[in-house]
Design a protein around this ligand. Structure first.
Ligand code: URA
Length: 218
């Protein structure tokens, strides 16, 4: 796996990540969603460097210009529900992408043990396309891997990118073992550990709840 950790280079991204982590600022859910969306836009920009490009001729009111533009067929797949603001950010830049949505949740067997239940798939065919799988919190890596396993019945993408905001070292190790070697991970920042409930520490808390409010657990 080719791993790109974006906060290694100082940029405005660090401010957006600081705001989503901040226990006071993150209470403003509109700002939280918008910050995740802005991070999605930055991930899209960075990821775009690795796409295939082709020349096209653009006609302006005054003449023509050859412009080098990305030529890939992109399918953007996100995990409901926490992935929605990140999906929007990526889609703001890859505005011609096809879109897929998959539901995945942690079904708790005990206070600290859970399994991932993947239920709903709405995805186009993936054959020969560039698949971008978006998941804001790469904690254990179990959700994004289960979703990928389920997506295999929708075709074989020519390349896979994972777009994430905050990850754990453990989660990265897990996805490295379960995705093809040429998969590219684009991630805002990486934290050291998980707590006994599988949450990233220091992380930010629950990205779904912070975006959309609390929910009853299954
Ligand atoms: N999902 C979250 O929203 N936060 C975590 O820390 C882990 C999974």
């Amino acid at each position: 796996m080719i791993i790109n950790v974006l906060d290694k280079k100082s940029s405005i991204l660090n401010k957006f990540i600081a705001e989503i982590r901040d226990a006071e600022i993150q209470k403003d859910s509109m700002r939280f969603r918008r910050n995740i969306e802005r991070i999605g836009e930055i991930l899209a920009y960075e990821l775009s460097h690795s796409l295939e490009f082709e020349n096209t001729i653009v006609t302006t009111p005054l003449g023509t210009k050859i412009v080098n533009v990305p030529k890939n067929d992109i399918v953007l797949c996100s995990i409901l529900r926490a992935g929605l603001p990140l999906h929007n950010g990526l889609l703001n830049y890859f505005d011609e992408a096809e879109n897929g949505f998959i539901s995945a949740y942690r079904k708790h067997i005990s206070e600290t043990e859970f399994e991932i239940v993947v239920e709903y798939f709405a995805s186009p065919n993936l054959d020969g396309k560039v698949l971008i799988l978006a998941d804001p919190m790469l904690a254990t890596g179990l959700s994004i891997t289960s979703v990928y396993e389920g997506l295999k019945k929708h075709g074989t993408p020519k390349e896979i990118h994972l777009a994430c905001v905050i990850g754990s070292k453990e989660g990265i190790e897990y996805v490295k073992k379960h995705f093809p070697e040429n998969t590219k991970l684009w991630i805002g920042t990486v934290d050291d550990k998980l707590n006994d409930k599988g949450y990233i520490v220091p992380g930010l808390g629950d990205a779904g709840d912070l975006s959309f409010g609390y929910k009853l657990s299954k």
